[in-house]
Write a protein that binds this ligand. Structure first.
Ligand code: NAD
Ligand code: TYD
Length: 342
C-alpha cells in the first residue's frame, strides 16, 4: 500500500486528487496537510471524513517540525499547496514567495533530513505559466519541457522559483523528484475567483461577467480529472529528475470561453462586461504534451468541449450551497475591491 502526503489537499485540484486516488487506487492512503487559507475548504472533502484511508492534518508546509513528523510514514509527497491566483499576486506578492518558494524549500529540506537515501518520491505540481506567454499570431508555437522559463506575473515567478529549487535539490542531493507543468484546470470545487466558476456563479446570481481587455487572451483548458490522472501517472512511472508538461489540447480565447458558457447557460451576450485588462496579462498559453504521451502513455480524455464544460456548469448549478458559502464573507469583500479597480 502506498501512503501519500498531499499538500494543499483542501483546495481545488488537491481535493479532486484525493478523490481520484482513492477511487482508482483503493489500497492507497492519503494524508492531506493543508493550512486552510482562503481557498482551502474542508467542505471539499466532507464526504471522505469517515474514510479510514484519508486523514486531514491542519498545518502549514512552512512548519518544518510538523512536516518532519509526518514524513516517516509516507512513501511519497505530492506537493500542491500554493498561493494560486495571478490577480492576488498582483495585489500582494509576499504570501506567494512565503508559501510557493519558502514553503517548497521547507518541504525539500524536511525530505532530506528524514530520507537521506532518497527512497521517497516528491512530485512538485507546477504551472505552464512559468514559461511566460506566446504570441497570438503563431498558433503552432507551444511550450515544451525545454522552453526557457520566462515568468511574467508575481505568481508565475514564485512558481518558477519553486521549480528551480526542486531541480536544484535533485541535481545537488539526488532527490527523487518529478515536476509537472500543467495548463488551466477546470471542474468541480474550483474557487470562484478563477474565471470559469466566477463567470458561471455570477450568471446564476444574475450578475454580469467581467471580461478582461478585449478577451483575445488564450488558455488551454484541462479537466481536473485529466490532470489528476496525469499526476498519478508521473508519481507511479515518471523518471527521477524529469519534468512533464500536461495539457488539455483544448485552446480557447477568453471570448470563446465566455460565449461557450453563455450558450450552455442560455444567457445573452449582454451579460458580458468588458473591464480594464489585468496588468501584464499573458496573451497565450499552449502545451506540447508529447513527452508525457510518449514516455508514460497519458493523454487527456475528459477535457473536450462542449461535454466537459456542460458537466462543469451543471456541477455549479447543482451545488449552489457550496459556492454561495464560499462567495460569502471575506471573499465577497475581496471581489468587490477587485471589481472596483476595473
Ligand atoms: P487552490 O488555491 O484551490 O488550493 C491551494 C491549497 O493550498 C488550499 O487548500 C490552501 O489552503 C493550501 N495552502 C496554501 N498555503 C499553504 C501552506 N502554507 N501550507 C499548507 N497548505 C497551504 O489551488 P489549486 O488551483 O488547487 O492549485 C493547486 C496547485 O496546482 C498549485 O500548486 C498551483 O500552482 C497548481 N496549478 C493550478 C492550476 C489551475 O488551473 N488551478 C494550473 C496549473 C498549476
Ligand atoms: P484565471 O482563471 O485567473 O487563470 P490564469 O490567470 O491563471 O490563466 O484567468 C483565466 C483567463 O481569464 C485569464 O486570461 C484572465 C481572464 N479573466 C477574465 O477575463 N476575467 C476575470 O474576472 C478573471 C478572474 C479572469
Amino acid at each position: 500500500m502506498q501512503h501519500i502526503l498531499l499538500t494543499g489537499g483542501s483546495g481545488f485540484i488537491g481535493s479532486n486528487f484525493v478523490r481520484f486516488v482513492l477511487r482508482h487506487r483503493p489500497d492507497c492512503k492519503v494524508t492531506n496537510l493543508d493550512a486552510l487559507t482562503y481557498s482551502g475548504n474542508p467542505q471539499n472533502l466532507a464526504d471522505l471524513e469517515e474514510d479510514p484511508r484519508y486523514k486531514f492534518v491542519h498545518g502549514s508546509i512552512n512548519d518544518m517540525e510538523l512536516v518532519q513528523s509526518l514524513l516517516p510514514d509516507m512513501d511519497a509527497v505530492v506537493h500542491m499547496a500554493a498561493e494560486s491566483h495571478v490577480d492576488r499576486s498582483i495585489l500582494d506578492a509576499r504570501p506567494f514567495v512565503e508559501t510557493n518558494v519558502l514553503g517548497t524549500m521547507t518541504l525539500l529540506d524536511a525530505m532530506r533530513r528524514v530520507d537521506p537515501g532518497n527512497q521517497k518520491r516528491f512530485i512538485h505540481v507546477s504551472t505552464d505559466e512559468v514559461y511566460g506567454d506566446l504570441p497570438l499570431d503563431q498558433p503552432n508555437l507551444k511550450f515544451n519541457e525545454t522552453t526557457p522559463y520566462a515568468p511574467s506575473s508575481p505568481y508565475s515567478a514564485s512558481k518558477a522559483g519553486s521549480d528551480m529549487l526542486v531541480r536544484a535539490y535533485h541535481h545537488t542531493f539526488g532527490m527523487n523528484i518529478c515536476i509537472t507543468n500543467c495548463s488551466n484546470n477546470f471542474g468541480p470545487y474550483q474557487f470562484p475567483e478563477k474565471v470559469i466558476p466566477l463567470f458561471v456563479t455570477n450568471l446564476i446570481e444574475g450578475q454580469k461577467v467581467p471580461l478582461y481587455g478585449d478577451g483575445s487572451n488564450v488558455r488551454d483548458w484541462l479537466h481536473v480529472d485529466d490532470h489528476c490522472e496525469a499526476v498519478l501517472a508521473v508519481l507511479e512511472n515518471g523518471a527521477a529528475g524529469e519534468t512533464y508538461n500536461i495539457g488539455g489540447n483544448n485552446e480557447r480565447s477568453n471570448l470563446q470561453l465566455t460565449h461557450a458558457i453563455l450558450e450552455v447557460m442560455g444567457k445573452g451576450k449582454d451579460m458580458i462586461e468588458h473591464v480594464k485588462d489585468r496588468l501584464g496579462h499573458d496573451r497565450r498559453y499552449a502545451i506540447d504534451a508529447t513527452k508525457i504521451k510518449t514516455d508514460l502513455g497519458w493523454e487527456p480524455t475528459r477535457s473536450a468541449w462542449p461535454a466537459a464544460l456542460e458537466s462543469t456548469v451543471k456541477w455549479y448549478i447543482d451545488n449552489e450551497p457550496w459556492w454561495r458559502n464560499v462567495k460569502s464573507g471575506a471573499y465577497r469583500e475581496y471581489y468587490n475591491k477587485q471589481y472596483a479597480r476595473r
